[in-house]
Design a protein around this ligand. Sequence first.
Ligand code: SAM
Length: 389
Amino acid sequence: MSAPPKAAIWDAPEHTLAKIAILRAYLQAWFKILGNKVPRDMLYIDGFAGPGSYDNGSDGSPIVAIKAAADARNSSGGQWKAKTIRMVFVESDAARFDLLKSKVASYHQPPGMTVQCINDEFASAFGVIKRQHQDAFVSSLPLFAFLDPFGVKGVPFRCLKEILFSETSEVFMLLDTHGMERVRTAGEKAGYEKILDEVFGGAVWREISFTGDTRLNCRKILDAYRRQLVSSAGAKFTFPFEMRKTNGNVSYHLLFATKHVKGIEKMKEAMRSVDKTFVFIDGRSGQAFLFAPDDPVVIARDAENYFNQQCSGRERGYDDLNSWILQETPYMRPDKILNKIKARQGIEFVTVGGEVVKLSHRAIRWTDVEKIKFRDRLTPPETGLFGQE
Ligand SMILES: C[S@@+](CC[C@H](N)C(=O)[O-])C[C@H]1O[C@@H](n2cnc3c(N)ncnc32)[C@H](O)[C@@H]1O
């Protein structure tokens, strides 16, 4: 990450605009879907809210959230069910906090919404938020946290665990993998152990086998963090993407964590709606390519590699495969990629009832499939890896 700006308000660079556009697109879906569904309050937390706008005129993340919520409510055509939308914005810097407060005040607060601005560090404000909005942390009240710090520090893992405790919570965060790598290599003088222990919520980062390659190390940090979100914080799905500088160096990662398939699908759609200043990253294989959801050429290349390298000669449960496709590929719909392999020789589908289905022309309902058996290597069809689109 580049050095944080010193001024209270600054110009939004291109990658910041992309990040905010992804947030906007996701929140439009989040407020619309959940606001039209549940007659409950909704809680939105922006832990690093900033001044509310940028010098070059764009809205900052708190205003983007207010507008997304108001739009969802206004365009619901009478279907709106949610009760109060509770917005909580935390900003530690006094000058930025003042700007934030006046920006929020200048924006007409829509009905059914409360806005609370807290001038504190996120980690200490978190205790207050938890006490005041206890119901959101223990019940099925929709909770979304956007955590966008400058740099490595500021988001203790314990806060993520508490946010992700409930079944209906989600986190979208900036993970400064590059900064963590710098802290690690700076060693004792940066107090690296304490910092990384707090970020990871323990010593798991010490198990990473670091190399001399910074980019690879950033990916390994990302990978370990994702595993930690699942194993220790209770996320079911995580989805990362990589922000790069124009010279190709990794700047940081954006990471989304949820417990719901639909959350992953909507986040991918949100990413798709934005320009390509970012890169989709497969954290496991260490490969990265421009985010190109459902590009048939990329599907063919990626799926062929994956199925041959990781599935050949094995059985994979449908849920396992489904989860891989959602989290480790840019594709929006798992069925789309599975439909492509349906016709391949060397694949058998085993249904929940135990029936083995081989024929390509048989209609397969994916909900009926329990596992998929892969022969040693897939036989490429004559038309090419996955055929012409
Ligand atoms: C990347 S900026 C946020 C930009 C904002 N989310 C947006 O998209 O418009 C990070 C903000 O967090 C504030 N900040 C830094 N450390 C913080 C902390 N520990 N707790 C809360 N805010 C913090 C900074 O002053 C800065 O305004």
